[in-house]
Design a protein around this ligand. Sequence first.
Ligand code: ATP
Ligand code: MG
Length: 655
Amino acid sequence: MSETLANLLQETRQFPPPADLASAANVKADAYDEAAEDRLAFWERQAGRLDWAQQWDQVLDWTNPPFAKWFVGGKLNVAYNCLDRHVAAGNGDRVAIHWEGEPGDNRSITYAELLALTSQAANALTDLGVTAGDRVAIYLPMIPEAAVAMLACARIGATHSVVFGGFSADALTNRIQDASAKVVITADGGFRRGKPSALKPTVDEAVAKCPTIEHVLVVRRTGQEVAWDSEKDVWWHEAVETASAEHTAEAFDAEHPLFILYTSGTTAKPKGILHTTGGYLTQAAYTHHAVFDLKPETDVYWCSADIGWVTGHSYIVYGPLANGATQLMYEGTPDTPHKGRFWELVQKHKVTILYTAPTLIRTMMKWGDDIPKQYDLSSLRLLGSVGEPINPEAWIWYRENIGRGGCPIVDTWWQTETGAIMISPLPGVTATKPGSAMRPLPGISADVVDDQAQSVPDGGGGFLVLREPWPSMLRTIWGDDQRFIDTYWSRFDGLYFAGDGAKKDDDGDLWLLGRVDDVMLVSGHNISTTEVESALVSHPSVAEAAVVGATDPTTGQAIVAFTIPRGSVDTEGDAGEALIAELREHVSKTLGPIAKPRQIMLVPELPKTRSGKIMRRLLRDVAENRSLGDVTTLQDSAVMDLISSGMSSGKSDED
Ligand code: ATP
Ligand code: MG
């Protein structure tokens, strides 16, 4: 970007917190002042929410930036904090996880039971030769054993590397090799879209190329046939479920490596993001308490992310369990066996807090308002969003149709690298604006700067940066300190640059504008994809949109939009052409003529990463008619064929 980002979208709607939520909120407005007064003392108090075996000597060591150490000299055990201490406090009978399998089977596991299972798994891993500092790969479906496996690693000080169960043998191989993992924990398979989907053959293929792997620990989930190597392979039900349920957790250093998580690879070769123990758990637990206002005695919390993403790490496993939450965990897809499955689960478990992604919200918009209407969603009191910018109209849809007009929405900005939420409303404090993540949380210092690293004024756009270290920050890229420095700390001197564009509105509230790599340069103006997409989604016929800049002889780049109509919209023949013309006008009216798309295509699907994010890079290739290259990380490569065929019919003329 040669200049700062244009600020085109104006949004004036604002929603104050419900009075009852505000008066009983876990965190109130004074938290901002308290943190501003003394940031380190603030984080020190949040660390005090955990049980430490040994107190730290120093809150932050930042003498060798960008390599931070938090709570230096402190010692604690993560699994102890997530399990034992709740049982010791008399809450062993509280349900930790209500689990729902895709085929309809279910389990409810109390804190006492989860502690017993984790202790057994810790003993079994120890018997398999795993010791503190070893790496363990976890490649599992969304079953309770995934959480147990992570907690068992944490309990014995082994560093886990969870690999999303939908990834290929190559992806798994690369991640095992990069971390030199000693054991893989997997399952025969999981249920996905109504059928068993095998995992073990993928692991077998990977392990054949990974000499560091000594054992493969296999959960029996689907009962399908598996190949068996009696030297290496061990059944979970034989090794874990027969092991002693007694295990004394040893305390580890605050900077002991807790996990490696490879970024999803939307932009480049995956990076092994390293998180450590004390600072990570402090911020995961605090943010879960503050942003979701969790009341452990009464709330039923549901984060619909997969455990293979950072959202699953911080807001299914570590944050909620550290806070003693009761949560729902669901194995399958939202449309199996029917498109109301999510809402049926909310109704059944009386879920009070739901944390999901814009991709799901927009899919639900596409499927239609009548589906959630069939269920009783009155238990919900708070909604969250993460993973992509949420378009204002999708936000409103979420509030009206899922939150029945009354639930606050917390749009939470963070990354695998940040480990925990960084920018978000506080639900009892913030008057939210649809589409804005609002303010940095107490103790966090985010800013938007121009290309000279100068803070932009209110109303301006630019690069989102973090000015000060934070407890759950990544410590490095596993095995590659130089790449850590180059990737995150070299664009602006002394600042962490996250890769995202953002703007400050006239009140100074923050709006995420997508990745700076996606920004379009149209006739000398830097236009964010997010703003044009949001303008399209604000039209009542549109459920989802992806926008890219394609090379253009007159304007440098021209805006090309791929648009998914809502379920009920007629797009056949002339109706489709008329809709396209109307949408181009609509964008021009909403954002100004500069943002009017050259071309709009109506498509049934968009290419997405495995974590559900739109892959604009591929759409740019379609828009410029380049060959498609590697589409293996797409959810459905047939989508690309559909999108390509949509090009011929949906192309409109240039002005
Ligand atoms: P990779 O870094 O490998 O390309 P990724 O960035 O998609 O993959 P994640 O760490 O899961 O992997 O996602 C973090 C990114 O998701 C952020 O940098 C931002 O682009 C986007 N994001 C997350 N939450 C929000 C949000 N609330 N609003 C806007 N964007 C968000
Ligand atoms: Mg990223």
